[in-house]
Write a protein that binds this ligand. Structure first.
Ligand code: ADP
Ligand code: ZN
Ligand code: ZN
Length: 725
């Protein structure tokens, strides 16, 4: 008889540690990679994911056995597992946390991978058989008979009955379980809006990669309003088989509910959504559909790319340049880049669409890694807007708006059209200043100024949660020459309301859209088409289709022109062109006025011509000569501690260890906002020509850091392909 060799498994736990845990596998359990298990951990039990089976048992250590397998199938199928392992390695984030990101919260907590099916009931027997005192039960029967078909337990309880009444009727055989009603159809109003593709759209469509040819990445450069969304719909309709799954990544869903409606119109109940506002039950339900291979077309934000698809046929990344694809905390992955890798693993195409492609993607298109498909005319009868720079150096301003800008707004309103005013800061004013002593109110916990919010008479820090009551007098010298400086959305809203008392002014920023459903009611107002003025931040630049907006005013374009962040010019141009793209999407011509103190700045000059690609080429040339991404790979070590000295010291240590001859280091330096919520932040930038070399170096640096005994209040993180420097 052969000696009994104990079976072991290597398990990942949802913990921020760069290691796995070994367990014995009892004889009655068979495990495979990606499967969920319950294991003893310390004095408790934890949910884990199997990484390796039959790993050699470590010597001299007695292992504890796995308690149970949560289900017989792997929660993370092979491709998804591979994707997350790749991401863990590429972004230098602990495997356990990466793997668990792909599970819905309920499954992370060890709940069963099944939906609680809600029971539906229908009346079945004769209520006359009930005893006379069962009055409520009789009423429930009568109520059920009035419902068309059936009602769920929840609906019954909401109508004023109790679970125990349902139970006793069920026991008596007077009601029985009914099949689940099928999901509601698509609203008719959406159905009636299907345009035929234009010739330009059809020409673009044939250039997009076909799924049967396997992996291919394509950059769809389509100017704002060129009908990219329509093109995605056409593409999916054309190529998706009845059993196929597809993924459409979008930066934010809640801001553009019309997009989801357009997809639903074409694909009905095949459409599922994935975003941060879903509750745990909805997440589990959608996750299960995807894992079970149902032919879902998923419209989702960043983390949707990590879901366990089993029949993924194609991926679309809309507005691929959008910075919200990059996670800024914890597992700092890029949803867009992960989507490209996922397409590669799944051997399917990926389409990256944008009117203002990122430097990375455009560079990939120029070097032939991606194909470049162009869509350079607007759909329908719309023409690109006319962009004009308005130099405001010596012009008097009213609430930040120049005379010509106000006159242009007035003209549009008189013609029955709508105007959009873009301000890049929420609140009333970005600072309060004393005109006697020069004092400016700063956050006591951060190196930033407090923003004045007049609506609720508060001074708020936009970088931590600090807030104080606003005062009329300078807190330092008590002078009453204490005034707001600069423009915020509230202030612009006020001035516009005074100037145009008969016109609705609608403010769209994080403050005005906090309540659930508020963005929907705002959009409804705008889509009614009646004259109004929209005032808002970035939120207004994203993907909206307002056919009656014909004028866009940018209050101040200069913020990004002289920033130390090398990505600032790219982001400025993208925002300006995206917000400009909201003008003139319907029949009427659009106009854009950009207020600036630097109308002679070459970047703005090129922007005024409205063509993005020449600007992108110019920016790429600058990146190349400064040895910056995408010509170099970059990673940043970010450290925060209770003193700047501690942060800088740790980074100095790291720098000493980053010995590889082909890696350059810049810094360490304090971060742009050096102190945030009383933590002192610093960073060390690593740059290399070779991604592989940098990756290896990072891995060894992390290993070193893991072995170091660091003071408790020091935190470090690696940011690979950082968006903020
Ligand atoms: P993008 O996503 O490129 O900004 P959209 O797909 O939102 O553009 O299209 C812009 C507008 O043009 C929408 O109102 C859309 O319904 C309309 N549109 C798109 N394609 C066509 C077409 N072929 N004919 C008429 N209108 C179209
Ligand atoms: Zn003062
Ligand atoms: Zn603060």
């Amino acid at each position: 008889m052969e000696p009994h060799v104990p079976r072991t498994a290597r398990i990942a736990l949802n913990r921020p540690i760069r290691r796995l845990f070994d367990y014995l596998v009892p004889d009655h359990i068979t495990l495979q990679q990606g499967q969920r298990v319950t294991v003893p951990f310390g004095r408790q039990s934890a949910t884990g994911l199997v990484v390796e089976t039959d790993a050699p048992p470590p010597e001299g250590i007695t292992l504890k056995p796995v308690r149970s397998a949560c289900e017989e199938w792997p929660a993370l199928p092979t491709e998804t597992f591979k994707l997350l392992s790749w991401a863990s390695d590429y972004y230098q984030h602990p495997l356990g946390e990466c793997l668990f990101t792909a599970l819905p919260p309920a499954l992370r907590r060890g709940r069963p991978a099944a939906e609680k099916q809600e029971a539906y009931w229908q009346a079945f027997g004769d209520p006359a058989s009930l005893p006379g005192n069962a009055k409520r039960q009789k009423e429930l029967m009568a109520w059920l008979q009035q419902q068309c078909g059936s009602a769920s337990s929840k609906q019954i309880v909401r109508a004023g009955f109790t679970q125990s009444q349902i139970r006793s009727l069920h026991l008596k055989g007077l009601i029985c379980e009914a099949p689940q009603p099928s999901p509601a159809g698509v609203p008719e109003e959406v159905r009636s809006r299907i345009p035929k593709l234009s010739q330009a759209q059809l020409d673009a469509a044939v250039q997009l990669p076909a799924p049967e040819n396997g992996f291919a990445a394509s950059l769809l450069f389509g100017i704002t309003g060129s009908g990219k969304t329509e093109l995605y719909l056409y593409y999916l309709k054309h190529y998706l088989g009845d059993r196929d799954q597809a993924l459409v990544l979008v930066p934010e869903i809640n801001l553009t509910p019309q997009t989801v409606a357009r997809f639903q119109h074409y694909f009905g109940s095949r459409i599922a959504v994935w975003h941060s506002a879903l509750n745990d039950g909805e997440r589990l339900s959608t996750w299960l559909k995807i894992r079970n291979g149902e032919p879902v077309i998923l419209i989702g934000t960043r983390s949707a790319v990590l879901l366990p698809f089993t029949g993924l046929r194609t991926i679309v990344v809309d507005e691929e340049h959008d910075s919200s694809y990059k996670q800024g905390e914890g597992f700092r992955y890029s949803g867009r880049d992960t989507a490209v890798y996922r397409a590669h693993l799944n051997n399917c195409p990926v389409i990256l669409g944008s009117a203002t492609p990122s430097m990375e993607s455009y560079h990939n298109a120029l070097t032939g890694k991606y194909s470049l498909v162009k869509l350079e005319e607007r759909a329908g009868n719309a023409n690109p807007p006319h962009i004009k720079l308005l130099d405001i150096r010596s012009r008097p301003l009213e609430g930040g708006l120049s005379r010509p800008a106000l006159q242009a707004i007035e003209k549009r309103l008189q013609e029955g059209q709508q105007a959009l005013v873009f301000v890049n800061r929420r609140g009333f004013a970005p600072a309060m200043m004393c005109f006697d002593c020069g004092h400016m109110v700063e956050c006591p916990r951060c190196d930033t100024r407090l923003t004045y919010h007049r609506r609720d008479r508060a001074m708020r820090c936009h970088h931590c949660d600090f807030q104080a009551a606003a005062t009329d007098h300078c807190p330092k010298c008590n002078s009453d020459a204490f005034k707001p400086v600069g423009q915020g959305t509230e202030r612009t809203e006020d001035i516009l309301t005074t100037q145009f008392p008969d016109t609705p002014v609608v403010r769209v920023d994080r403050d005005s859209t906090q309540r659930k459903g508020s963005i929907q009611s705002i959009l409804k107002k705008v889509n009614s088409g009646r004259p109004c003025i929209l005032v808002g931040t970035q939120m207004l630049a994203k993907g909206h289709d307002f056919p009656n907006v014909t004028l866009v005013v940018v209050v101040n374009a200069d913020g990004g022109l002289f920033s130390v962040d090398f990505r600032a010019p790219e982001q400025l141009i993208q925002t300006l062109l995206q917000v400009s793209g909201r003008a003139g999407r319907g029949e009427k011509a659009g106009e854009v006025l950009i207020q600036t103190c630097h109308s002679d700045h070459p970047l703005l000059g090129t922007l005024a011509q409205g063509n993005y690609l020449p600007i992108a080429s110019q920016l790429l040339a600058e990146r190349e000569s400064s040895l910056l991404p995408p010509y170099r790979t970059m990673a940043i070590f970010r450290v925060e501690a209770s003193t700047m000295e501690m942060s800088l010291n740790l980074l100095d240590d790291i720098k000493l260890k980053a010995v590889h001859s082909n890696i350059e280091t810049w810094g360490p330096l304090p971060a742009i906002i050096a102190r945030r919520a009383d933590r002192h932040r610093a960073q060390l930038v690593l740059v290399s020509k070779s991604r592989t070399r940098l990756n290896r170096q990072l891995a060894s640096l992390c290993e070193g850091l893991d072995l170091m005994k660091l003071p408790r209040d020091i935190r470090w993180a690696i940011d690979v392909d950082p968006l903020e420097t």
